[in-house]
Ligand binder design. Structure first.
Ligand SMILES: Cc1cc2nc3c(=O)[nH]c(=O)nc-3n(C[C@H](O)[C@H](O)[C@H](O)COP(=O)(O)OP(=O)(O)OC[C@H]3O[C@@H](n4cnc5c(N)ncnc54)[C@H](O)[C@@H]3O)c2cc1C
Length: 506
C-alpha cells in the first residue's frame, strides 16, 4: 500500500470490543507497520457488550492467520470446544436435534447421504441420521478431539470454541498491540466530517483530543457512532421475521454435563442458551418483548440454571437487522455497528471476521474508491441475508402453539427462503446461493431435525439395492462409533491440553 514515496494509510478503529480488536489484529497482520498505521480508540468507561461466547468453525482460519496457538488461546479465555448446537423443544415440545459442524459423510452414488436416509426411512427402520455425523456422535458422548487427530470418515467434522468474551477481547488486544497497533483511551465526543465530501476526518475525544485518520472503522457496537449516527446510514429492520428483541444473560456455577456443544432450548416466548466454559456456564434467555415481560423472562432464566447464579442477570435490547450500507465514504462498520442477528447460530463473530477479511480484499487507499464500497456492500448484504434466512428456518416450520410460535409459523417469508423451503418440500434438497455461510448439511440438520419431511426424494436413490445401501450405511455408522469409543471426554481433553490457570483471586 505504502510505496517508498507514499505515506502509509492511517486506519482509525473506533471501539475495542471483539469487532475492534479482531479488525485491528487482521489489519496489522496484512499491513504490518510501516505499511499502514493503525490506531484504536476505546473507552473503558463505556466498556464492551461482554456477551458473544460461542463461535463457528471459521474462527479456526482466523486463529491460523493471526498465528494464534489454540491451546494457549483456549487456556487464556477459559475456553471450551464446540462441535455444534443441540436444539431442545424446537419444532415441538419434546423434540431434540443437533446441528453438528460437518456433514453426514461422503455422497453415495452421487447423492447426499440424507437423500438415501430419507428413502430408507420411508421403507422401514433406520438409525438416526445423526449417527452418520462424527460431530454428533462425539457430542452425544461428551467426547472431544480435534479432527486433525483422526483420519478417514471419522475426521469429517470441525470444531469451534466457547470462551469468555471479556477475556477474548483482552487476548486480542495483547495480540494486536504486539503487532504495532496503537491504543488510545478516550471517549468519542464528536465525529468531525469534511463539509464537501462527507468523509470523516477525525474523532474528537473528551478532553480536547483529536484522532485524525484516512480510513475509519466503526466498531462502536450498537451505538454505530460513525456509520449510523455521523454518516446517517439507515437501518433495515428485520423484526417482522425475527421477533426476539431482548436478552437476559447470567453466568452460573458449573454443574451438569460438561458438553462440547452449545445447548439452545426453545421457550414459550423465545429460547435459552447454555454455554459451558472451564470456570462457569454462560446462560441467556433471548425473547420477544411483545410476548413476555423482562421480569418473567428473568424468572424463567433463573429457574432453569444448572447451578447457582454468579451475578445479577443483565438485560440487553437489540433490533435484528443490518445497516443499509456497511461502507460509506471512508467509514466501514464492523460488528454490532453494522448489524445484528439474534445469536441462535453464533454468527456475529463470524461476520466480524468475514467483514474485515473482505475489507482487506477490497483494501481502500487514502481516498477510498466508491466502486470498492459498492462491491463490499453488495457482498456483505448478501451474507447477512443468507444467515437471516437460515435463522428464520429454525422458527418458521414450528408446530408449537404459544403465541410467539404461532406468529412465526404464519408469517410471510423472504422470497429467498421461500424458494429454498419449496425446493426442500418438493425433493429434499436445499439450493445453495452465493455467499452462503451454512451449507446443505446444516439446513438438513435443522429441517429434518424438526421433523420437516419432504414430499419426495430423488428417484435415483432407488438405483442402489436396499440391502447394499443398508450394509454401506451400517459400515459407516460402525466406523464412527468405534472411532469415538477410543477418544477422551471433553473434560479430560481440556485438562490435558489447555486447562486455564486459576486466577490469583480464585
Ligand atoms: C444477547 C447477545 C448474545 C450474543 N451471543 C453471541 C455469540 O454467542 N456468538 C457471537 O459470535 N456473537 C454473539 N453476540 C454478538 C457479539 O457479542 C458481538 O458481535 C461482539 O461482541 C462484538 O461486539 P462489538 O465489538 O461490535 O461491540 P461492543 O463489544 O459493544 O464494543 C463497542 C466498543 O465501542 C466502544 N465505544 C462505544 N461508544 C464509544 C465512545 N463514545 N467513545 C469511545 N468508545 C466507544 C466501547 O467502549 C467498546 O470498546 C451476542 C450479542 C448479544 C446481544
Amino acid at each position: 500500500m505504502a510505496g517508498p514515496d507514499t505515506p502509509p494509510v492511517h486506519f482509525v478503529i473506533a471501539g475495542g470490543g471483539s469487532a475492534g480488536w479482531i479488525s485491528a489484529a487482521v489489519l496489522a497482520r496484512f499491513l504490518p507497520p510501516p505499511a499502514a498505521r493503525i490506531t484504536l480508540v476505546e473507552s473503558e468507561d463505556i466498556g464492551i457488550i461482554g456477551v458473544g461466547e460461542a463461535t463457528v468453525p471459521l474462527i479456526g482460519e482466523l486463529n491460523r492467520f493471526l498465528g494464534i496457538h489454540e491451546p494457549e488461546f483456549v487456556a487464556a479465555t477459559n475456553g471450551t470446544f464446540k462441535l455444534g448446537i443441540e436444539f431442545a423443544d424446537w419444532g415441538e415440545i419434546g423434540n431434540r436435534h443437533f446441528h453438528g459442524f460437518g456433514d453426514y459423510g461422503a455422497d453415495i452414488a452421487g447423492l447426499p447421504v440424507h437423500q438415501h436416509w430419507l428413502r430408507l426411512a420411508r421403507e422401514g427402520q433406520i438409525p438416526a441420521l445423526g449417527d452418520f455425523s462424527m460431530a454428533e456422535v462425539l457430542a452425544s458422548q461428551d467426547r472431544f478431539v480435534p479432527h486433525e487427530a483422526l483420519s478417514g470418515e471419522a475426521a469429517q467434522f470441525r470444531h469451534a470454541f466457547h470462551f469468555d468474551a471479556a477475556l477474548y477481547a483482552a487476548y486480542l488486544r495483547r495480540l494486536a498491540e504486539g503487532m504495532g497497533v496503537t491504543r488510545v483511551e478516550g471517549r468519542i465526543e464528536n465525529v468531525a466530517r469534511d463539509a464537501q465530501s462527507g468523509h470523516v476526518r477525525a474523532l474528537q475525544l473528551y478532553g480536547d483530543r483529536r484522532v485524525e485518520g484516512d480510513v475509519f472503522l466503526d466498531c462502536t457496537g450498537f451505538a454505530s457512532l460513525l456509520l449510523g449516527q455521523a454518516q446517517g446510514v439507515g437501518f433495515e429492520d428485520w423484526s417482522q421475521w425475527l421477533p426476539c428483541d431482548r436478552a437476559a444473560a447470567v453466568p452460573c456455577a458449573r454443574a451438569g454435563r460438561f458438553t462440547p456443544f452449545t445447548r439452545s432450548s426453545a421457550k414459550e416466548a423465545g429460547w435459552q442458551w447454555r454455554i459451558p466454559l472451564q470456570n462457569r456456564t454462560g446462560n441467556g434467555h433471548v425473547y420477544s418483548s411483545a410476548h413476555i415481560s423482562d421480569d418473567e423472562a428473568v424468572v424463567q432464566l433463573l429457574a432453569s440454571l444448572d447451578g447457582e447464579a454468579l451475578a445479577e442477570p443483565r438485560l440487553l435490547r437489540f433490533t435484528p437487522g443490518r445497516r443499509n450500507r456497511f461502507w460509506e465514504g471512508n467509514v466501514i462498520a464492523i460488528g454490532l455497528a453494522a448489524g445484528f442477528l439474534e445469536p441462535l447460530e453464533s454468527t456475529a463473530i463470524q461476520l466480524i471476521q468475514t467483514g474485515v477479511t473482505r475489507l482487506v480484499e477490497f483494501l481502500p487507499g487514502k481516498v477510498p474508491d466508491p466502486a470498492l464500497a459498492a462491491e463490499y456492500n453488495r457482498q456483505t448484504a448478501l451474507e447477512y441475508e443468507r444467515i437471516r434466512d437460515f435463522i428464520i428456518a429454525h422458527y418458521c416450520r414450528t408446530r408449537r402453539t404459544e403465541p410467539l410460535w404461532r406468529q412465526v409459523a404464519a408469517m410471510d417469508l423472504p422470497g429467498t427462503l421461500r424458494a429454498k423451503l419449496d425446493a426442500w418440500d418438493a425433493c429434499g434438497r436445499v439450493p445453495m446461493y452465493d455467499l452462503e455461510s451454512h451449507q446443505e448439511p446444516s439446513w438438513v440438520a435443522i429441517l429434518l431435525g424438526q421433523g420437516v419431511l419432504p414430499r419426495a426424494v430423488n428417484p435415483r436413490t432407488h438405483l442402489l439395492p436396499e440391502r447394499d445401501l443398508r450394509a454401506l450405511l451400517d459400515q459407516r455408522r460402525t466406523t464412527l462409533a468405534r472411532a469415538a469409543e477410543r477418544l477422551p471426554d471433553h473434560a479430560t481433553f481440556i485438562a490435558k491440553t489447555c486447562a486455564a490457570k486459576p486466577s490469583p483471586a480464585a
